[in-house]
Design a protein around this ligand. Structure first.
Ligand code: NAP
Ligand code: MG
Length: 457
C-alpha cells in the first residue's frame, strides 16, 4: 500500500490522504462481490428496484454534501457540482425502473417453447476518469446493478472523494455489503486487475483513447466485453444562416464548461467563411464575459484545471499558436497556488495540432469553411467522433449535416450532450458501445436462449 494525497485544485492544498489498494485487496473485493452478486441476482426484481430507489433517495438527501466535496476535490463550480450530484440520483431512479422491465423474447418454434433471458454478467469493473467523477460512475453502476450485477468501481486517483462517499451512501441506503465497492488506487494496479481478474466479467472504461485501447486489448485476451468512452475533438459548426448572436453567446459554454475538461467539449469551432469575421466579433465579448474564479461561488462559470501537470499540458497547445483573444482567470492573491488557466481562442488550420489533438482544457480552435460539404468534411477530419453541434435555421441542412457528421451525440441549435434517458457514446476513436438511455441495463446482461420441449414422446 502507498499513500495518496488528494489536492484541492483551486488552492493546491491537500484535502485528504488515502491508501492505495494493492492487487490482493482488489482480489478480496472481487471475492466479496461474487458472493453478494449471487444473492442480489436471486432477489425478486421488485426488491432490487426498491433497493435502488432507496439508494437514489439517500443520494438526493446528500446532494449538497456531495456537491461540496466535488467543488473541493475537482474545482467544479458549485452550481455544476449540484447538478452532477442530483444527476446521480436521477440516473439511479431511472435505472431503478429497469429490473422489472428486462423483458426477454418468446420465439415461435415447433415442438416447444423458446424463451430468452437477460442474465447478469456477474461482477462488473468500472474505471472512471477525473473530469466528471460522480456522473460518469453512475452511468456505469446504476444500470449494472439494476441488471443484477455487483460493481467494483475505481475512481481516478486525482478525484476519489465523491465516489468513496457514494459507496458509503449505498450501504446507508441498505444495499448489501460487497455489492457496490469503491476501490481507490492507481490505474496500472487496480484498473489493470479489473481487466485481468477472471471473475470480473465486464469492464466499463472512461478515459483517454490511449489507455482505453490497452484496456480493450487486455479484455480481448480474456474475451471480456468492454464499453469504452474515450476522447473527443468535437466540432461546433456555425452556418451563415444561423442565429449568430445565439450561437456566439452559447459557444464559450460549449467548450469552456468544466474548464474544457469534458470529452464532449466543442473544441473546434467551424464557421462559414461568409460570417467568419462577424462571428469572431460576437464571440469576443462572450468569452470576456465568461467568469473564471473561486468555484465555491454561485456566480462563477469555470474553476481551475485539475492539476499542475495537466495545466502544463494544456498550456503547451498555445506554443506558437495564433491566439485571437483570451478570457480572464484569477491573478495574485485571488489565484493563490490554484491551477488557473484563462480560456483561449486560437485561429487554426486543419492540419494544426490544436485542430487534431484533444486539449481537454479551455482552448478552442476556430477554422473557416466554405459550404455544407466542406463543413462535414472538416468536422470528420479527426480520429474522434464523440459529440458536436450544428447551428442553422435551415431544417434540411440540419438533417443532412447531422446525418453526415460521424459522431455519436449531436445537437442542433444547442450544445447539450447528456440526457440520462437518451443514449450516449462515441464513434471512431471516441469509444465502443453506448451508455445511458433505455437499453443500458440490457448492456450489462448476456442473452440466454432456452428451448423447452413440450412433446410428450
Ligand atoms: P486516463 O489516464 O485514461 O485515466 C482514466 C482512468 O483509467 C483513471 O481512473 C486511471 O487511473 C485509469 N487508468 C490509467 N491507466 C490504466 C491502466 N493501464 N489500466 C486500467 N486503468 C487505467 O484518462 P484521464 O487522464 O483520467 O481523463 C482524461 C481523458 O478521458 C480524456 O482523453 C477524455 O476525453 C476522456 N474522457 C472521455 C469521456 C467519455 O465519456 N467519452 C468522459 C470523460 C473523459 P489513475 O487514477 O491512476 O489515473
Ligand atoms: Mg491519466
Amino acid at each position: 500500500m502507498s499513500a495518496l494525497t488528494v489536492l484541492n485544485p483551486a488552492t493546491a492544498q491537500p484535502i485528504a490522504t488515502l491508501e492505495r489498494a494493492d492487487v490482493a485487496e482488489v482480489d478480496a473485493a472481487v471475492s466479496r462481490a461474487v458472493v453478494a452478486q449471487r444473492r442480489w441476482a436471486a432477489l425478486p426484481p421488485g426488491a432490487r428496484a426498491d433497493a435502488l430507489r432507496a439508494f437514489a433517495r439517500v443520494v438526493e438527501e446528500h446532494v449538497e454534501e456531495l456537491a461540496r466535496i466535488e467543488v473541493q476535490n475537482s474545482g467544479h463550480p458549485i452550481g455544476s457540482a449540484r447538478w452532477e450530484a442530483a444527476h446521480v440520483g436521477q440516473v439511479l431512479n431511472y435505472y431503478a425502473g429497469a429490473p422489472e422491465r428486462l423483458l426477454g423474447a418468446q420465439i415461435p418454434v415447433p415442438g416447444g417453447i423458446d424463451v430468452t433471458f437477460h442474465e447478469p454478467y456477474g461482477v462488473v469493473g468500472i474505471i472512471v476518469p477525473w473530469n466528471f467523477p460522480m456522473t460518469i460512475a453512475s452511468w456505469g453502476f446504476a444500470p449494472a446493478l439494476a441488471a443484477g450485477n455487483a460493481v467494483v468501481l475505481k475512481p481516478a486517483e486525482l478525484t476519489p472523494l465523491t465516489a468513496i462517499r457514494l459507496g458509503e451512501l449505498a450501504l446507508e441506503a441498505g444495499l448489501p455489503e460487497g455489492l457496490f465497492q469503491v476501490i481507490v488506487g492507481s490505474g496500472s494496479v487496480v484498473g489493470q486487475r479489473f481487466v485481468s481478474h477472471p471473475d470480473v466479467r465486464k469492464v466499463v472504461f472512461t478515459g483517454s483513447t490511449e489507455v482505453g485501447t490497452e484496456v480493450a486489448a487486455g479484455c480481448a485476451r480474456l474475451l471480456k466485453p468492454v464499453t469504452l468512452e474515450l476522447g473527443g475533438k468535437s466540432a461546433n459548426i456555425v452556418f451563415d444562416d444561423a442565429d449568430l448572436e445565439r450561437a456566439a453567446a452559447a459557444a464559450p459554454g460549449a467548450v469552456f464548461d468544466n474548464a474544457g475538461q469534458d470529452c464532449c467539449a466543442r473544441s473546434r469551432l467551424l464557421v462559414q467563411r461568409s460570417v467568419y469575421d462577424r462571428f469572431l466579433e460576437l464571440l469576443e465579448p462572450a468569452v470576456a464575459a465568461w467568469r473564471v474564479g473561486d468555484p465555491t461561488r454561485d456566480d462563477v462559470d469555470m474553476g481551475p484545471l485539475i492539476s499542475a501537470g495537466h495545466r502544463d499540458g494544456v498550456a503547451s497547445f498555445l506554443d506558437g499558436a495564433n491566439v485571437a483573444f483570451r478570457g480572464s482567470a484569477p491573478t495574485g492573491a485571488e489565484a493563490g497556488d490554484g491551477f488557473w488557466f484563462a480560456p483561449a481562442v486560437v485561429l487554426a488550420a486543419p492540419g494544426d495540432r490544436i485542430a487534431q489533438d484533444e486539449v481537454f482544457g479551455p482552448i478552442v480552435a476556430v477554422l473557416p469553411f466554405d459550404d455544407e460539404a466542406d463543413a462535414i468534411r472538416l468536422a470528420n477530419d479527426t480520429i474522434y467522433g464523440l459529440a458536436g453541434s450544428i447551428w442553422t435555421e435551415n431544417l434540411g441542412r440540419a438533417v443532412r449535416v447531422s446525418r453526415g457528421v460521424r459522431s455519436g451525440v449531436l445537437s442542433v441549435n444547442s450544445h447539450s450532450s447528456v440526457r440520462y434517458w437518451a443514449p450516449f457514446g462515441g464513434m471512431k476513436a471516441s469509444g465502443l458501445g453506448r451508455e445511458l438511455g433505455p437499453d443500458a441495463a440490457e448492456h450489462f446482461t448476456e442473452t440466454k436462449n432456452v428451448f423447452y420441449a413440450t412433446d410428450a414422446s
